[in-house]
Design a protein around this ligand. Structure first.
Ligand code: HEM
Length: 506
């Protein structure tokens, strides 16, 4: 009797697992494919078990051989699968990551609808594994009330008066970096690693009130996590079995948690023992204040703070490092723009240190940065998931469908930017963003668009303007013959072998 019951149970379990497996790997893909096809959306056919991952990986390996000529239309090199499928299937098409469908959207009106949505129809995509360990559920991955709370704290900390008060620290760090450049005068210098150290120092000082040395351990762990994500990406995963990367990233998550908790405790103890009157006026102080808020509704948890710290340590230094590195590459290979920018800086400041009030008058430097971000947008993935069945540009979108907006395609589009879209032409931005985008602001996606637009936008451009201005005040630079043009994506778009220039003092 017992045996029969067990066998029936086992049989039902096997049928359940099989039905679930068949639903996920066959019925669901087939039904989504036919729903989208009935609306005119085509794409490479779904293949079991990897979807289109193998084709994508093969095309990427073929196109990005590790060394390309110094051209700026890098979309076809970085995302050859999108390039060839747009030609084959049109502006919007469906692809497969395993059995997860993703609609690629390049139509700007639809992009606007997705990124500007305020009714929660499209939510941030949830990740697991190493990506979750890197960011947790911080601001970029939160929704609803939690997102509003965290966004308010971050908006306050990185804009207006708070941002102004950070400028002296930014100048101080750029000055310290330039002191070390003296030993490179007349020689080659690799700037990516230089900017990485400097921007880590800046976010440590301005947002977390610590020196780079104090935050060094955190940065090293974040770097390690980023590398794990890179190695793990597109590895075939067996459900229920952790990859070695996932195991290591779990350990790093715990170590990061301990380091950040220690930093928080130090501040809390200072207030408890009367050594400090408040938690501090910086970002970390605002987070702690929100954690101790008397109103439960606006209070944030200790885990929220830990996730925010990881997010901001990472987001603030990786992206800005890449922006600065690509802009040095572009100025080294476009000496006329380097000279124009230098003239602007020298007219404003001579050899004096830049002034807080006049950073916004670095107009040409600003144009150069905008054009750099158009051609070498550090963030090349803007992804969402449909939270419910919804309508998008006349299409019926089923709940759970992934959506992907590719900034590199949009930025390289001749239709949006003209036939010279692939050229470095900062003059596009001479009369502001609206004019440059012909009033279609969503055709510039370097900082995203809509309510989830980058919260560190002004912080990053201020830091980059100051750094570039101070370099231009002291040095001319030309591209070193050792530079290898090899843009690569390790979460952000970065120069694989760094950027080497020859430094000549003015
Ligand atoms: C050149 C530098 C930067 C670039 C190109 C950049 C790019 C972006 C982009 C494209 C998004 C939108 C993502 C989406 O819609 O899914 C974003 C969001 C975000 N960025 Fe940045 N970023 C930069 C610098 C920074 C800095 C310096 C910080 C922190 C101080 C930061 C913190 C964030 C955060 C927290 C979000 C999420 C905002 C939200 O979901 O409400 N970023 N960034």
């Amino acid at each position: 009797m017992m045996m029969t019951f067990f066998l029936v149970f086992l049989g039902l379990l096997v049928i359940y697992i099989l039905a679930k497996f068949l639903y996920k790997s066959w019925w669901y893909p087939i039904s989504i494919q036919s729903l989208m096809k009935s609306q005119g959306i085509r794409g490479p056919p779904y293949k079991f078990p990897n979807g289109n991952e193998t084709e994508i990986r093969d095309m990427e390996m073929k196109s990005n051989t590790g060394h390309i000529e110094l051209r700026h239309d890098i979309f076809s090199v970085m995302q050859p699968h999108l390039q060839s499928w747009i030609k084959l299937y049109g502006r919007n098409f469906l692809i497969w990551h395993g059995s997860e469908p993703e609609l690629i959207v390049t139509d700007v009106d639809m992009i606007k609808e997705i990124l500007n949505n305020k009714e929660g129809a499209y939510v941030q995509r949830k990740f697991g594994g190493p990506l979750l360990d890197l960011f947790g559920n911080g601001l970029p991955f939160s929704e609803g009330q939690k997102w509003s709370k965290l966004r308010k704290v971050a908006d306050y900390a990185f804009h207006g008066q708070s941002l102004k008060e950070m400028i002296p620290a930014m100048i101080g760090s750029a000055e310290a970096m330039l002191k070390t450049w003296k030993s490179y005068e007349g020689k080659e210098i690799e700037v990516y690693e230089q900017f990485k150290l400097m921007s880590a120092e800046i976010i440590s000082k301005t947002a977390f009130g610590s020196s780079y040395l104090e935050g060094k351990h955190i940065f090293q762990m974040l770097d390690k996590l980023t590398r794990i994500i890179y190695m793990d990406h597109r590895k075939t995963k067996i459900p229920g079995i952790k990859t070695s990367g996932e195991i290591e990233s779990g350990k790093l998550r715990e170590a990061l948690r301990d380091s950040i908790m220690l930093m928080l405790k130090k501040r809390e103890d200072n207030v408890k023992t009367g050594q400090a009157e408040s938690y501090g006026g910086d970002f970390l102080g605002s987070l702690l204040k929100a954690h101790h808020d008397a109103d439960v509704k606006t209070r944030i948890s200790a885990d929220d703070i830990i996730d925010e710290c990881k997010t901001f340590y990472f987001a603030a230094h990786e992206t800005t490092t890449n922006l600065l590195s690509w802009s040095v590459l572009l100025l080294a290979s476009n000496p006329e723009w380097q000279e124009k920018a230098r003239q602007e800086v020298l007219e404003l400041y001579g050899q004096e240190t830049p002034k807080t009030e006049s950073i916004s008058r670095l107009h040409i430097v600003g144009m150069i940065l905008s054009e750099t971000l158009r051609l070498y947008s550090p963030v090349i993935y803007l992804v969402r998931t449909a939270a419910r069945n919804t309508r998008l540009g006349g299409l019926t979108i089923p709940a759970g469908l992934g959506l992907y907006v590719p900034p590199l395609f949009v930025h390289n589009s001749c239709e949006l930017w003209g036939d010279d879209a692939h050229l470095f032409k900062p003059e596009r931005f001479a009369e502001g963003m609206a004019k440059a985008t012909r009033d279609q602001l969503m055709s510039y996606l370097a900082f995203g668009f809509g309510p989830r637009k980058c919260v560190g936008n002004n912080f990053a451009t201020t830091e980059a303007k100051i750094t570039l201005a101070m370099i231009l005040q002291h040095y001319k630079f030309t591209l070193s013959p050792n530079y290898i043009h090899s843009p690569t994506v390790v979460l952000n778009l970065q120069p694989k072998h760094g950027v080497q220039v020859i430094l000549s003092p003015l």
